[in-house]
Write a protein that binds this ligand. Structure first.
Ligand SMILES: Cc1cc2nc3c(=O)[nH]c(=O)nc-3n(C[C@H](O)[C@H](O)[C@H](O)COP(=O)(O)O)c2cc1C
Length: 328
């Protein structure tokens, strides 16, 4: 059987198939099932900055009579955050006690605020690495691109300063000059970058003329955007690249490895098919390698990336030639 081990998060992983952060990775028992199914690593459900602040705000609204007291506020702020953090740290230590698979804590960050101090607690609880799920919405008409980008560098720098374990990031594609930005991020000292996170999307119900939530889970066709950028970016970075979004089968996972990804992060297919999807992917990757005479992932990783194969194939964006030749 082929060796499907790889390196991502600055760690040796026995499989390139990683259980991505989601509510599926928020309970120790569930994490154990994902590990038993053969996950190379587990990224725990994110702890959200907003979650902490939201929880605080709700409690404050309930206790308006007390909110005038600054000492109480200080105390309250402290207790709420401690409780949220305590639960998260317990999740890390519970998971570490139950499985030997690498456990990656995830922080959902939208600012480079005080939460960066929590990173050390996460390390002390036994996490093998940290993933920063980073998103600064480029939706402010008055904010420049560079001001937005500053958030990424400040946050990474603050976290890297307080921990010794590897730090990686998961990002969106909302950057004005994606390749240059990702290259600069890779040079900050992070151990890996995952492209691209999938976000909540609003949709519109025309029958009721209201805004609704688009599908939460990805579909198997959603992989093409991260695939293109994996192919373009992978050969030019000083850190490892992983991919997420729309990876539902071994075949799709193999496409990413051929494009230069060191690993893939999956969530939606785990909701649809359960932990067995990981076993199936591992077996599919291994069987394909056996059929093609590859002993290890490095034998074919990146062989179809832009830096090794065709620049044009990855860069082409217009359909002009296609439409010129095909008749409908
Ligand atoms: C229900 C659900 C919850 C998620 N929660 C998180 C989260 O807490 N933190 C995070 O970084 N990503 C979260 N994600 C994103 C996934 O980790 C993953 O990167 C994304 O869904 C793309 O992979 P997929 O197409 O396999 O679902 C969530 C995804 C889903 C579907």
């Amino acid at each position: 059987m082929a060796n499907i081990s790889t390196r991502f998060f600055g760690l040796e992983l026995k499989s390139p198939v990683i259980a991505a952060s989601s509510s599926m990775t928020g309970h120790a028992e569930q994490v154990v099932k994902l590990a038993e199914a053969g996950a190379g690593a587990i990224v725990l459900k994110s702890i959200f900055e907003e979650e902490i602040y939201h929880e605080l705000q709700e409690e404050l609204n309930l206790r308006t009579e007390l909110t005038a007291d600054p000492e109480y506020l200080d105390y309250f702020d402290y207790v709420i955050k401690e409780e949220t953090i305590r639960k998260y740290l317990k999740l890390i230590s519970d998971v570490k006690a139950k499985t030997s698979v690498p456990v990656v804590a995830s922080i959902n960050c939208i600012s480079s605020g005080e939460w960066t101090l929590f990173a050390r607690k996460i390390q002390d609880a036994g996490a093998d690495a940290i993933e920063l799920n980073m998103f600064a919405s480029p939706s402010d008409f008055n904010k420049t691109g560079s001001a937005n980008e500053q958030f990424y560098f400040e946050t990474i720098s603050k976290v890297i300063q307080v921990v010794k374990i590897p730090v990686s990031i998961k990002i969106s594609h909302y950057f004005s000059n994606l390749a240059e930005m990702v290259q600069k991020l890779a040079l900050t000292g992070i151990s890996g970058i995952t492209v691209f996170n999938r976000f909540y999307s609003p949709d519109i119900d025309v029958n009721h003329q209201k805004i609704i939530t688009a599908g939460i889970l990805s579909s198997p066709d959603d992989y093409l955007l991260p695939l293109r950028w994996t192919g373009i970016l992978s050969g030019g970075l000083v850190c490892n690249l992983a991919a997420t979004t729309g990876i539902h089968t071994a075949e799709t996972a193999l496409k990413f490895i051929l494009a230069g990804a060191s690993a893939v992060q999956i969530a939606s297919v785990l909701y649809k098919e359960g932990p067995g999807a990981i076993t199936e992917m591992n077996n599919g990757i291994s069987n394909w390698m056996d059929q093609n005479g590859y002993a290890s992932l490095n034998d074919f990783k990146g062989t179809l990336s832009q830096s090794v194969s065709s620049v044009q194939a990855w860069e082409r964006v217009q359909f002009m030639k296609y439409f010129g030749e095909k008749a409908f």
